[in-house]
Write a protein that binds this ligand. Structure first.
Ligand code: AMP
Ligand code: MG
Length: 486
């Protein structure tokens, strides 16, 4: 098993060499065999004693240099200059068959110098939660970090109650975040602007080489980097919106440069359509509500732009002007991706005029909100309506007259059910089923987890026997609450 130490070599200012805490009694809970094979790692080896020590950071391959990565970030709008991997390690990079690199990263591997008083550990439930939701996102076709394995450590972790501890092995295109750039840009205040500028340039070049090699040939490569990140994030957040995903903690340290979804803490899928949907117990103002995600992404990108200004243009005013133009472009790209995606969800052909499609979409969403209709099953049922059976969709509305009027407008446009079924998932990780799987796994029963993973791994293919994975939570499940940093 060969691991590169590219990040540690190129950006030593951002890397602290560190070791994982020994796992007293490692036990494999879940292994992503297809992903392991794709990475050229033998799944059989990962399952054996050596493999488990590797997956918990206790067996470090020759030449690998595990590090905790430094980053800063705006958390709920407030700047924190030093966050970093408090309970995580970058073990190194794996070279894939196509020549690109993937980070192998551990979460829950023990406290690092960035721990800020935290214990450095993670519990089985939240690590399996990240495994389920990230793999569901991947199956939905949404860029995301992947989950390779969750290993129970045999250590008890103290939360409200003692819980079994675990380590998640995560795979990502990289762990560069907006907060990584903020960490370097802010270091200029202490280390002198020249030092900061040099590291910043090196960081930006590292990001370009890893993610956007085309930007290297641009006239203004750092502006090209900014534009590329903006495009990736516009596409990403639009995809979140189209499946009802609420990230829950879009702090700048949780926004990647690669455009992959990262850090599945308080995230959850919206059921009844409502732009104000919030699940996170600490997001009392709804900053990261479903409907706010596009504007928050723009806000985060503005923070990213601030870090790049000295590289974009020597003249500060000119740099601001250029970056502002780019940001306007980001908003337009996101809106356009949303409109295109929403057309596909409704099965509308490309030649349906915008003046017809846009009000139809908006009126449809207003009806969903008014009748508290489950977002995911509505679109799937609408596919059946496109095939001639409107009753399942119709039955979801209290305002029948309103829906019938809308339905007639939509049907007149000859929607295509095949397009709809390709983009409207039937199986998403429903909140009550995720909780059920985590609770069972924490108690030692992995069966519900296995079944849920099976359902969400092919989200668009309706299969017999999976009816309960397609339905919203029962009424008595109540209002869903999620938690950060657990
Ligand atoms: P997150 O909410 O997972 O994005 O984490 C935000 C910050 O808190 C990161 O710097 C984490 O490394 C840190 N953190 C979260 N939980 C712990 C923990 N149990 N021990 C140490 N650091 C933690
Ligand atoms: Mg984070």
């Amino acid at each position: 098993m060969a691991l590169d130490d590219l990040f540690a070599r190129e950006l030593p200012e951002l890397a602290i060499r560190w070791q994982a805490e020994a796992a007293p009694e490692p036990r494999l809970l879940v292994l992503n065999e297809p992903l392991a094979s794709q990475l050229g790692i033998d799944p059989g080896w990962l399952r054996c004693g050596e493999g488990l020590r590797f997956l918990t950071g206790n067996l470090v391959p020759d030449g690998a240099v595990p590090v905790a990565q430094g980053y800063a970030g705006h958390q709920f709008g407030g700047y924190v200059p030093r966050l970093g991997d408090g309970r995580a390690l970058l073990l190194g990079e794996i070279a894939t068959a196509d020549g690109s690199l993937r980070d192998l990263h551990l979460k829950g591997s023990g406290a690092t110098p960035f721990a800020r008083g935290g214990d450095g550990f993670a519990a089985v439930g939240p690590m399996l939660r990240e495994y389920i939701v990230s793999e569901a996102m991947h199956a939905l076709g949404i860029p995301t970090t992947r989950s390779l394995a969750v290993v129970a450590t045999g250590r008890s972790v103290q939360r409200d109650t003692p819980l079994p501890g675990a380590v998640l092995a995560r795979i990502a295109s990289s762990h560069l975040r907006v907060g990584t750039f903020q960490y370097v840009a802010a270091a200029g205040d202490g280390g002198g602007p020249q030092l900061a500028r040099g590291v910043l340039r090196r960081l930006a070049d590292h990001a370009i080489a890893r993610h956007y090699p085309d930007a290297a040939g641009a006239q203004n490569r750092y502006l090209a980097l900014f534009d590329a990140v903006g495009s990736a994030q516009a596409a990403l957040v639009a995809q979140w919106m189209l499946v009802g995903f609420v990230h829950g903690v879009m702090n700048t340290d949780n926004m990647t440069i690669s455009g992959e979804t990262i850090d599945y803490g308080p995230c959850a899928f919206m059921e009844a359509y409502d732009p104000e949907t919030v699940f996170s117990s600490i997001d009392s103002w709804g900053r990261y509500a479903y409907g706010n995600q596009p504007s928050i992404a723009g806000w985060n990108l503005a923070r990213f732009a601030e870090t790049l200004l000295p590289l974009i243009d020597g003249d500060q005013d000119r740099a601001v002007e250029i970056a502002q133009q780019s940001l306007t472009g980001f908003g337009a790209q996101l809106q356009s991706a949303l409109a295109t995606g929403m057309r596909a969800k409704l099965g509308l052909a490309g030649d349906v005029a915008e003046e017809v499609a846009t009000p139809l979409m908006n009126d449809g969403l207003a009806l969903l909100a008014e009748s508290h209709v489950d977002f995911t099953s509505f679109f799937r049922n609408l596919g059946r309506a496109a095939r001639g059976d409107a009753e399942p969709a119709r039955g979801m509305f209290m305002n029948l007259a309103g829906f019938d009027e809308w339905l007639a407008r939509w049907q007149a446009l000859n929607p295509d059910p095949a397009t709809m079924d390709r983009v409207n998932p039937i199986y998403i990780p429903r909140n009550h089923l995720v909780e059920e799987a985590l609770e069972a796994a924490t108690g030692g029963d992995l069966e519900p987890l296995t079944q849920l993973l099976d359902a969400v791994s092919s989200p668009y293919d309706e299969r017999p026997g999976l009816r309960r994975y397609a339905e919203p939570a029962p009424e008595d499940f109540g209002k869903y609450r999620t938690f950060c940093g657990t």
